[in-house]
Design a protein around this ligand. Structure first.
Ligand SMILES: Cc1cc2nc3c(=O)[nH]c(=O)nc-3n(C[C@H](O)[C@H](O)[C@H](O)COP(=O)(O)OP(=O)(O)OC[C@H]3O[C@@H](n4cnc5c(N)ncnc54)[C@H](O)[C@@H]3O)c2cc1C
Length: 436
């Protein structure tokens, strides 16, 4: 609901991504006044659906929901009439122009299990180390693929740049669920009933233990509390001034939880020239980090994405969309032949690192920064930080962002206390009756 900026509310929420929408719904449900201020001209943040370009909705950001049994967004999607379906779990490994043989796929899985165990074991040590330092050094031909699968493809960062303790805490993602209309469209619907002021960046947050004042180009809002849901990149960039300063604990935590890089290169290829199934995932046995994840025939459509991530993905996206599409063509050509690639009719590449309001894909803790998620979520004065980065096990997901928003809303509501009962209404004085 587009809203003029109120001058005063109970709680102001900064950012209308998953965390901000979840927080605002919770506050509104508790009967308190709330406004969400969002710098972008749209709702959704890292959930953004392009409805028209390819004839089918395309999620530029988050695409899958996980943990269908416990994920509240799956229930909300169903309840709001969105089409929800499990994504096919099938994943194949290519070795050059052929599929990996059963024995090779088994070798890869063994390498993956060993690497995962080694990271878990390192995480039980006293000091945090980089995941890469924990890896067995005999992963042979599979070393680069294991790195990609455990690092960039889920966190946006290489294993050498990732905290083992933080990585070991990440909850198994479980079965993936996709939403035909797109997750950006879902968040837009879920934000429908709450007052949201779009194109309204917070520029300064003056805070104390009593109240908060947020400056925006459209005016100042005074509130009893604020929930800040911007990405760790935005928080650490200093683009929002805090007065007093953002406490050092939170600043250091946000800096240690910088965003990894993950982008999607979408290719429309009519006639299924790759000969793959619906939502099928393909990775390759790669020699180095110059690799990608293919997600084919999204939701049964003719749309495929070549996902690039980590340092390689970041360097590629810095070169621009043309270079990204050229890489996707070359990479796919190497795995499926140039005839298949000739069928690409339309393409688009996301560049999340270049989006100043986000600055990357998902938070990933650098070695030594493992405790940062808890610290980041600790309130200061009447300010509560939420967002995917503050969730200790579901970070980097929409579900984690949503849960963090609800959690921050509960904490803020508790802090401001119950609503003051309305002043008692004066009873109208009974008219004196005059005795006759
Ligand atoms: C390419 C990609 C693929 C992904 N895939 C998946 C997936 O398949 N499944 C999954 O679960 N997760 C996935 N994720 C992660 C998921 O998208 C995020 O974890 C989640 O959406 C983050 O939500 P959030 O509310 O924490 O932050 P955001 O969505 O970043 O919301 C923060 C909001 O704050 C706004 N903002 C910034 N500065 C200001 C300011 N000064 N004033 C006001 N507003 C401001 C921003 O515009 C933004 O809307 C993916 C992410 C990317 C980028």
């Amino acid at each position: 609901m587009a809203a003029p900026l109120p001058r005063e509310v109970d709680i102001v929420v900064i950012g209308a991504g998953a965390a901000g929408i979840a927080a605002a719904r919770r506050i509104a449900a508790a009967g308190r006044s709330v406004v969400v201020i969002e710098a972008a001209p749209r709702i959704g943040g890292r959930c953004r659906t392009d409805p028209a370009l390819f004839g089918v909705p395309f999620d530029r950001g988050a695409h899958a929901l996980y943990n269908p049994d416990g994920n509240p967004l799956v229930k909300l999607a169903r309840g709001n009439g969105f089409d929800i379906a499990p994504a096919t779990a099938s994943q194949k490994i290519r070795i050059g122009r052929r599929n990996a043989r059963a024995g090779e796929a088994e070798d890869f899985l063994t390498a993956l299990v060993r690497a995962n165990r080694a990271i878990d074991e390192a995480a039980r040590g006293k000091a945090d180390v980089a995941c890469a330092a924990a890896l067995p050094n005999d992963l042979g031909d599979w070393a680069a693929t294991v790195d990609f699968v455990l690092g960039p493809s889920v966190t946006g960062k290489e294993l050498r740049d990732l905290s083992a303790m933080d990585r070991a805490r990440m909850q198994e993602r479980g079965a993936a669920i996709v939403c035909r209309q797109g997750l950006g469209a879902l968040l837009t619907r879920l934000g429908g009933g709450i007052p949201i002021s779009l194109g309204t960046p917070a520029t300064r947050v003056a805070w104390s233990n009593r109240d908060v004042a947020v400056d925006t180009p459209a005016g100042k809002i005074v509130a009893r509390a604020a929930i800040v849901t911007v990405s760790t990149h935005v928080l650490a960039s200093g683009r929002i001034a805090f007065a007093p300063d953002l406490p050092k604990r939170q600043f250091d935590a946000a800096s240690g939880l910088g965003l990894g890089s993950y982008d999607r290169i979408a290719l429309q290829m009519d006639g299924n020239p790759l000969g793959l199934g619906r939502d099928e995932n393909i990775i390759e046995r790669s020699k180095d980090a110059r690799t990608a994840l293919l997600v084919a025939n999204l939701g049964g459509s003719s749309l495929c994405t070549v996902d690039v991530a980590g340092k390689f993905g970041a360097d590629l996206s810095a070169q621009g969309e043309d270079a990204m599409v050229a890489f996707a063509r070359e990479w796919l050509g190497g795995l499926f032949g140039s005839d298949a690639v000739a069928k690409i009719e339309r393409s688009l590449a996301t560049r999340w690192n270049a989006d100043a309001l986000i600055g990357g894909a998902m938070s990933a803790a650098t070695p030594g920064a493992e405790g940062g998620r808890r610290l980041l979520g600790e309130p200061f004065g009447n300010v509560f930080i939420a967002g995917e980065a503050t969730h200790e096990t579901l970070y980097g997901t929409v579900e984690g962002a949503w849960a963090s928003g609800e959690h921050a809303a509960d904490a803020a509501l508790k802090k401001i206390g119950p609503a003051k009962p309305p002043p008692p209404q004066k009873k109208p004085r009974a008219k004196k009756r005059h005795a006759h």
